[in-house]
Design a protein around this ligand. Structure first.
Ligand code: DC
Length: 236
């Protein structure tokens, strides 16, 4: 293959793994490096959860499945590129929602909402549509197994639970959220459990995914690790 063909060849990069592993940060830098579109599918599940919270489908942490399903037709999710962040912000029915979807309240309910079949069907269809022309880095839990089982490069990210909780804690504290490390650790553990044991599209490593444990890796080391694998796929 000529070098021109190599640079033109666009692939799908599926980045799955546990919550707070730094998937989004990693995906964002990969996308910037390759000129690809970065799609944060967790943000989409969070957006539906936020909308459900705002519209009475979740009360005292109890998710009313049939009410969430009834809301699906009226919730329109879109992304708009934000050059300052170097990534796209999420909008719900045209309203900016990037900050609100990251609160602990949303984090505590998102596993239940993302286990609803109808929610997954709607969001998976949207994700497949967004990646139809390839040239995307998509981060989530089921990208390599369900959304793009034919992705040319699949990475499964893991990191130590406490390291992950500390990262998320620092992020939320920096934003001024009043949270404790223990609360975050509990959320990380319960979301792992819920993500791995749900009946539909549970979090699992695709057989052909390469594992990346980034507990003690710098951002530069992760990028070097990635570029080696990417080149191998492109030059195949
Ligand atoms: O990546 P995140 O922590 O922002 O994701 C939020 C939640 O959404 C997570 O607890 C599991 C769910 N999720 C999912 O079920 N499938 C995806 N492809 C992405 C996220």
């Amino acid at each position: 293959m000529s070098s021109d063909n190599k640079t033109e060849k666009k692939i799908v990069i599926a980045l799955d793994g546990f919550s707070s592993c730094g998937k989004s940060t990693f995906a964002k830098s990969i996308a910037a490096r390759l000129g690809y579109i970065f799609i944060d599918t967790g943000a989409m599940y969070r957006a539906v959860t936020l909308y459900a919270l705002q519209n009475g489908a979740i009360n005292d942490g109890e998710v009313d499945e049939s009410r969430v399903i009834a809301l699906l037709d009226e919730v329109e999710i879109s992304f708009r590129f934000n050059p300052e962040r170097g990534a796209s912000d999420i909008y719900i029915n045209g309203h900016y929602a990037e900050d609100e979807i990251r609160t602990i309240e949303v984090s505590n309910c998102v596993s239940s909402v993302s286990s609803i079949r109808e929610v997954r069907e709607k969001l998976v269809a949207m994700q497949q549509q967004m990646g139809r022309c390839r040239g995307v880095v998509m981060d989530g839990r089921d990208i390599g197994t369900v959304v793009f089982p034919d992705a040319e490069l699949k990475i499964f990210m893991t990191a130590d639970k406490r390291v992950r909780a500390e990262r998320r804690y620092a992020e939320l504290k920096a934003k001024g959220d009043d949270v404790t490390l223990e609360e975050i650790l509990e959320n990380v553990i319960s979301r792992d459990e819920a993500d791995m044991t749900r009946a539909i599209s549970p979090l699992r490593r695709a057989e052909d995914a390469i594992e990346l444990d980034n507990s003690s890796m710098s951002v530069d080391e992760q990028m070097a690790w990635f570029m080696e694998r990417y080149e191998a796929v492109i030059n195949k």
